[in-house]
Design a binder for this molecule. Structure first.
Ligand code: ATP
Ligand code: ZN
Ligand code: MG
Length: 299
């Protein structure tokens, strides 16, 4: 065991009581205990929603062409999962399902699995017309899928993401992100979570992707709130604070009322990771959690 690592069996027994494994790696059935804390977190986050926020809940799938137009395919093709179905006549489908390699006959539909909760917001907002001078703020959530290459604790293939998304001027977006970077640390403290905020980059694909990630770091476009989960040296990202500049507004022609290109940013909460971090910190018996933490979670 490395210094600072949390003993494997402690984490194992923790997750065994909360998440039941399935044959799919990084895919779990969640127990009532785990869900109780997820619900508490959801309510806690909602309590900090800013005024004039439009609330939208998305299904776990979204339009393939919209995700493509948002640039996801070229940046993160290794994480993407699509929805594929069997097509054709009744006779053809019946014959296909009799074959052991029937899955080779699956063909793509117009849907993909959402890799993050905010992707469907930008095309929706584009449909509203110019962004008002006061900006637009959304509260979104969805189940997300990522074809992750490792499955350590806290890295799921299917997980839940909650986000606040701002569309407006660069100044508004940066102010929103700074406000949330401070507020998020206060929230982590109120939940009794050991944490720190650090600059971060996204897992862009391939060699070219490493350059994009470096430039993202240089421009301070992404920060994460890190909480020790399986290791103290390499804590796990439980929230992220992202400034997209005009990436999404260029893809979707989003402009402000005075005709300037809009900028966007989002604050994302990894609900399953936050719940795991709470159990890791306070234990499996809710009755023994600090009263203030329980109150904050409305438990
Ligand atoms: P990581 O740094 O762990 O690879 P990320 O930087 O790709 O995560 P974001 O794209 O910023 O993550 O997603 C927002 C939040 O969603 C993360 O801060 C994290 O809490 C959560 N999240 C991301 N990927 C996963 C996953 N595979 N399993 C569980 N939660 C995740
Ligand atoms: Zn986002
Ligand atoms: Mg990260």
């Amino acid at each position: 065991m490395l210094m600072g690592h949390i003993p494997e069996d402690e984490l194992d027994s923790l997750t065994r009581s909360l998440l039941l494994p399935s044959p799919g790696r990084g895919v779990y059935a969640r127990t009532a205990l785990f869900e109780q804390v997820i619900e508490g977190l959801t309510t806690f986050i909602s309590r900090h929603r800013e005024p004039e926020t439009q609330v939208l809940r998305f299904p776990p799938v979204m339009s393939r062409s919209e995700l493509e137009r948002s640039g996801y395919l070229h940046s993160f093709p290794h994480l993407l999962g699509g929805v594929s179905c069997l097509k054709g006549s009744e006779a053809k489908i019946r014959a296909v399902v009799e074959q052991p390699d029937w899955a080779n006959e699956l063909s793509a539909t117009e849907l993909v699995l959402s890799p993050a909760a905010c992707y469907p917001v930008y095309p929706l907002a584009a449909g509203y017309g110019p962004i008002p001078a006061s900006g637009l703020l959304f509260d979104v959530a969805s189940d997300c899928f990522r074809h992750e290459s490792t499955h350590e604790i806290g890295r799921f293939q299917s997980f839940r993401m909650r986000e606040f998304v701002w569309l407006g001027t660069p100044g508004q977006v940066l102010e929103f992100r700074t406000r949330w970077m401070f507020l998020a640390q206060r929230l982590a403290k109120q939940l009794g979570l050991e944490h720190r905020v650090a600059p971060a980059s996204d897992p862009f694909f391939g060699r070219g992707g490493r350059l994009v990630a470096m430039s993202q770091l240089e421009q301070s476009l992404k920060f994460e709130l890190l909480v020790p989960l399986s290791s103290k040296e390499e804590p796990t990202a439980c929230m992220s604070f992202n400034y997209h500049r005009d990436h999404f507004s260029s893809a979707w022609n989003l402009s402000t009322e005075n005709g300037d290109k809009a900028h966007t940013g989002c604050v994302a909460f990894g609900l399953d990771r936050l719940a795991l971090a709470l159990f890791k910190t306070h234990g499996l018996d809710l009755g023994k959690w600090p009263t203030a933490v329980l109150e904050n979670l409305s438990i």
